[in-house]
Design a protein around this ligand. Structure first.
Ligand SMILES: Cc1cc2nc3c(=O)[nH]c(=O)nc-3n(C[C@H](O)[C@H](O)[C@H](O)COP(=O)(O)O)c2cc1C
Length: 207
């Protein structure tokens, strides 16, 4: 089959787009607003974009608050800081719960029964139950205009200034034990995947 997105002519009951770019890592973004209210939300339009300095991005659609912004975006643009927490099999339910649309003054870390930990370099909180935390300083936003206002997205870029890794995940050889980590990724519809011993394979790069 072939379709042109702008013609909306895929003819399928649901838009297949999200099922074609898989698996997507999940940036589980924690931030704090100017009044000190913590915020937590998952973003799967998320990735790393460079090494030196390590830089990550996530992309947010229109939010339900009166300013039309998602709380993560408002907090990050206001305070200049956020943490990207690694979502794992262990925390999958809380990750999903933290996507609930609640007013800006609702703390999703408390709401989901998770525990916040202070960061080392920034004021945004970390999630104690996540084995990896990337402390980030906000770099810039890029607006992606939608076909209508409701389809607008905004990409947030951040520089990773501090990295926390649970020591349990570092092998005797000094490698990250990704099988032990059990990271989860987003597929299309309501589907997810998990990195485990059955899904991992290794290939040498050609020289
Ligand atoms: C696994 C998962 C991935 C998501 N990815 C995105 C995304 O990439 N962009 C987005 O705008 N919303 C995404 N959402 C929805 C947001 O998490 C949701 O709108 C949330 O309420 C935003 O919270 P905030 O306003 O506190 O930032 C995702 C939800 C889930 C469960």
């Amino acid at each position: 089959m072939f379709y042109e997105p702008k013609n909306k002519d895929h003819g399928l009951p649901r838009n297949p787009f999200n099922s074609l770019i898989i698996p997507r890592p999940i940036g589980w973004i924690s931030s704090v607003d100017e009044a000190g209210v913590f915020n937590l939300a998952p973003y799967s339009f998320f990735n790393a974009v460079s090494y030196q300095p390590p830089t990550i991005m996530f992309s947010a659609g229109v939010g339900s608050a009166s300013d039309g912004m998602k709380d993560s975006v408002r907090n990050i643009e206001t305070t200049g800081e956020f943490v990207c927490n690694l979502a794992t099999w262990e925390t999958r339910e809380q990750m999903n719960q933290s996507s609930v649309a609640v007013p800006p003054d609702c703390d999703e870390i408390a709401l989901t029964g998770l525990t916040q930990l202070p960061s080392k370099l920034i004021s945004a909180p970390r999630i104690a139950q996540a084995p990896v935390h990337l402390e980030c300083r906000y770099l810039k936003s890029v607006d992606i205009p939608g076909w209508s206002k409701a389809d607008d997205f905004r990409v947030i870029f951040g520089e990773v200034v501090g990295v926390h890794i649970d020591d349990e995940l570092v092998t005797a050889e000094g490698l990250i034990d990704v099988v032990k980590m059990l990271a989860i990724g987003r597929l299309g519809y309501n589907d997810y995947t998990r990195v485990d011993s059955g899904s991992l394979f290794t290939m040498e790069r050609p020289v």
